[in-house]
Design a protein around this ligand. Sequence first.
Ligand SMILES: [Zn+2]
Length: 476
Amino acid sequence: MLGKRLRKYMPALVAGSLGILLTINAGVASAGIGVLRPGAGNNPPKTPDWNVKNQEGGSGAVTTKDGKSVQKLDKSKKTTVTMLSVMLGESLSSVKVSASGDFELVDGNGGKVLRKMPANVSAEVKISGGAVYLNGEKLASRIITLRTGKGQQVVYNGSSYRGQLRLVYDGSGIQVLNIVSLEDYAKGVLPSEMSPSWQPEALKAQAVAARTFALYNKGKGHTASSGYDLCSSSHCQVYSGTAAETTTTNQAVDETYGQIMQYNNQPIYAAFHASSGGATENSEDVWGNYLPYLRSVTDDDSKSPYHNWTSKFTVVQVEKKLASAGKEVGNLKSIALVPISSSGSVTGRSASGRAYGVKFIGTNGEITLTGEQARRIFGLKSAMFNVRTERSVQVPAKGKKKVTASDGKTIDAKPAAMNDGIMKLQGVDNVVFEGHGFGHGLGMAQYGANAMAAAGSSYDVILHHYYTNVIIQEIY
Ligand SMILES: [Zn+2]
């Protein structure tokens, strides 16, 4: 099945042969390569919707009746803006909150007024002996809502937010939730997800993606026990409130007001990432599950600073990283991986050229990682990579074919010829991953989106490029 799939793009990186294998004797300590954050959707959707495979959304679904690619809502059907609950803090024993204008603390989600407070004066909510105290006074309620006047902002932990704050005692601590409109949430998210100086149409595409991602998660429960929609960290989308807002990003949100991407009349799981490496990925090749709108497409990744990257490890570092991931192989003897190439079989590579199976062979056995597993274990920027070896030995004198390895043994200067997809090497000191792109590769690639915008594409064209057969729908 995999072999039949056509690759739409192959970075012009490698050449030649089918596999490499390296054999090693190396030493030396460790170095950490941190996993940087590439965009939203690093965790597969909480509620699987894989069963949409055979439903509508075929070609033509993107064309609306009036020929426009954004479906506007009838004015008669306009409804109110969707509200979200976003967690700003949890498991807290005490919390101070305030607002830029006079504010009220009310019982529950909108009950009687417990306290009226002037602007910029903090109210303190504490848990003691299993009870909730507001400014030292014991309450019967476990939920307090802070609301302020129109145009004012609520304040928690030094940051300002639109909407309301809701403090919930869940039995173990206080949750601080921001009850905020989808539009205001998008404004607080966008500057953290894409640079405000980027192309306006790319920012608009990101605004629709951010809004869609949030709506997908609404009502599903962040975790089984939590009563909110989203957290404010990179686990979901980084949400920083009003301090983060900029003119350009707010404009991108306003100009796409109420618009989300739908498939089968449902908000899609709008995964996105920083840089594709030249082609995005099919969902099943990252998560093992098919999503009809997350298909591999090519893009212009040439302007991305992550278009080419290298990560180098000693053999000992590789052994340690495998072991700490529960994938111990003993002393590493070889690695096998089908390289990215421009022709031939695609076995071992996904539709976009990302690695499927990277085999590590050691004295205690062998394990095969998916490209995605390797990405996480080694902190690689993407799963679109090749592996090569690097010898810390002198280049041989002219005409000589032997060199001295770091362990003093004399070895061939060049790797042995490839045999059945496996190349045996000796005396290798370093394992070098050379790759393209940054992130899981699903959905919109931000650098590619910016390149499309710079070349004149509007945000709807950009979204339709990266999200297959979706409809951009105005929902309120
Ligand atoms: Zn989250």
